[in-house]
Design a protein around this ligand. Structure first.
Ligand code: ZN
Length: 281
């Protein structure tokens, strides 16, 4: 390790600056969404089996709720524009805008060149958790998704029920395409209910037993027409490990609710990002 310069302490003492102050982000009308949700009716539900994934569709202006049932379980969520799969959830930019974990009032943003809200969180029954003494919190946008490639890299295993493969199979079935085609659409997830952080001493990504219990839920308002896929992670509550069949795993419930006619008033689905895409030429 190189010797520290004489002014090392002073350099370290510089106060941080928030990269993306988000006061100018368009603010979701949570009061409208919640009032609309009061009169909304359930139109669909999907039960995601343990160590599997399932797809669901939510029209713009509808709601979807992910609920823990039977036992503590985390879920890996992918979202696409239902009409254009090239527009998909952008975990990294969501993290840059809102922080490492998301909760009520925060949004899931889409990839370039679209960069618009895909969904807004309107209710989070784990919103009480905050940030614990280890720096852990729930619903992260820092993990990628458990996948068979990293498992193979680290342990030489061939394990097929990682979230990446679960999402790939579910999407292939939903679209009627090959696994190879479907896999290219699978992307970094929102880790629903997962409790994660970075260790303070080494900066390593950690997980710990999720505080989720049956009945806990995370609910979203769909800002655009969505195709979603949710995997019930083979890590279960992620208290010990993933990429194996040893953890206790439980199903997850996805419910879709449609607003009453006219309840959203003059609400409009957000437009694509306004950058002109000329890139200086
Ligand atoms: Zn997983």
């Amino acid at each position: 390790m190189p010797d520290a310069p004489a002014d090392a302490a002073a350099r370290r003492a510089v106060a941080p600056v928030i990269c993306y102050p988000n006061e100018t982000l368009p603010t979701p009308d949570l009061a409208l969404y919640r009032a609309t949700r009061e009169g909304a009716a359930k139109v669909a539900e999907v039960v995601v089996p343990p160590r599997e994934a399932a797809c669901f569709r939510v029209a713009a202006g509808q709601f979807f709720r992910i609920t823990s049932v039977e036992g503590p379980q985390v879920g890996d969520l992918n979202l696409w524009n239902a009409d254009d799969l090239s527009e998909r959830f952008y975990s990294g930019k969501t993290r840059a805008l809102h922080g490492t974990h998301v909760t009520t009032g925060e949004r899931l943003w889409s990839s370039f060149p679209h960069l618009r809200p895909m969904a807004t969180i309107i209710e989070d029954s784990l919103g009480w958790y905050g940030i614990d003494e280890y720096g852990g919190s729930v619903h992260d946008v820092i993990g990628t998704r458990c996948d068979p490639y990293t498992g193979n890299l680290l342990s030489g295993v061939q394990y097929h029920h990682c979230c990446h493969s679960n999402l790939t199979r579910a999407l292939a079935d939903e679209l009627g395409v090959s696994l190879e085609d479907a896999e290219l659409h699978v992307h970094d997830v929102l880790n629903v209910f997962m409790c994660t952080g970075f260790t303070r001493d080494t900066g390593q990504y950690f997980m710990k037993a999720s505080p989720v219990r049956p009945g806990d839920h995370l609910e979203f308002f769909a800002e655009i027409d969505l195709l979603g896929a949710l995997s019930a992670c083979p890590g279960g509550d992620c208290s010990a490990q993933h990429t194996s069949d040893t953890a206790a795993c439980f199903p997850l419930l996805v419910e879709v609710f449609a607003a009453a006619d006219g309840a959203l008033g003059d609400w409009l689905s957000p437009s694509r990002n306004g950058y002109d895409r000329s890139h200086g030429r």
